[in-house]
Design a protein around this ligand. Sequence first.
Ligand code: NAG
Ligand code: NAG
Ligand code: NAG
Length: 435
Amino acid sequence: FSRVINAGKSTHNEDQASCEVLTVKKKAGAIISTPNRNSSKRRSSLPNGEGLQLKENSESEGVSCHYWSLFDGHAGSGAAVVASRLLQHHITEQLQDIVEILKNSAVLPPTCLGEEPENTPANSRTLTRAASLRGGVGAPGSPSTPPTRFFTEKKIPHECLVIGALESAFKEMDLQIEQERNAYNISGGCTALVVICLLGKLYVANAGDSRAIIIRSGEIIPMSSEFTPETERQRLQYLAFMQPHLLGNEFTHLEFPRRVQRKELGKKMLYRDFNMTGWAYKTIEDDDLKFPLIYGEGKKARVMATIGVTRGLGDHDLKVHDSNIYIKPFLSSAPEVRVYDLSKYEHGADDVLILATDGLWDVLSNEEVAEAITQFLPNCDPDDPHRYTLAAQDLVMRARGVLKDRGWRISNDRLGSGDDISVYVIPLIHGNKLS
Ligand SMILES: *[C@@H]1O[C@H](CO)[C@@H](O)[C@H](O)[C@H]1NC(C)=O
Ligand SMILES: *[C@@H]1O[C@H](CO)[C@@H](O)[C@H](O)[C@H]1NC(C)=O
Ligand SMILES: *[C@@H]1O[C@H](CO)[C@@H](O)[C@H](O)[C@H]1NC(C)=O
């Protein structure tokens, strides 16, 4: 792990990070209804809660889980600091509910793609659907015994339970910040990028504009995507269309290629609505003269002229400048979670997972980062325990550049990053060795 604060140009820091090994144990006394098991059998052999607890406790050994996190704060570092200290506890708490299920190696679909298992015969799928429909639309007063098939339970892969645990943990973290922000003066908001390594799989959860990539034998495998006003345009426009009061009568949810001027009323202009990916013409009306919900391009794109990142934690008090319009309804704390199965590939000592804030990615492409890593690591002593830290430092220095004449310059005389830069380089060998 390596970072520079404001690219070394000042001491103010809004990036926060943490890493640790979490031990997840079933909470004593918690009784969870386990999916994919015959619960009636369990109930009959263990008639009361006490018996159940005793048995489960003797079974339960903790599962260890490696955790890395990166938070990029804005409008103050409060939310980033709190999240870097507490998000891991929310994750542990969510995993506690499912740890016994995860340890049970039931035969289940291995991945969480939201698809039905491939081996389900097509006709049985159809039957189940038909049965569900019949059960679901049962007319009032009809006999209340729907077909048994109505009670078949969806088989949920373990992977999906971990993804759900991460999603819930992000939500709980955001709620805690909301509830305690006044008591503890938690200022601002932050993006969040989290990785856990659990039972042989990496789970990368991203809410914001940080980025994770895996470099394996020089090949780049993207492990996250960024959430910005541009990538989330349709979600934001749809919310504004459904709940126009959130725009406080000052913004239009439609997008135009440029600001519309009063003299253009009644003329035709290109626009895009929430349900469009392309552009079409519309006749300009009064409402179209309002400031666009999403305005600006690339790094300058903003939601309601205020914020350039659309997912993360905090920001509960953020308002449009000089108004009473809150931004928070447009922001989401939900991460996108991607999974990487470590057991599916052979990894060498130079295969790594890279996590970094936008301070790195604004100036270096995935390809440049991969090239830097594949040049740097093979030249390190393979037994040097610091080789990954040195590689992270190398990346930070490449993004910051060197002071030349009047500015910081990186390769090809481009301008260096003026932002905070934080980088993790995590080896994939041995599953989860910490660096
Ligand atoms: C569950 O177990 C009971 C008793 O052992 C059995 O009668 C029943 O058919 C089982 N149900 C399922 C869905 O396997
Ligand atoms: C709360 O935090 C803000 C920004 O970090 C700071 O300016 C302010 O003085 C703090 N207020 C209190 C009561 O500590
Ligand atoms: C998009 O949705 C709006 C609101 O329902 C509708 O009026 C409009 O015709 C739709 N546009 C397209 C291109 O489907």
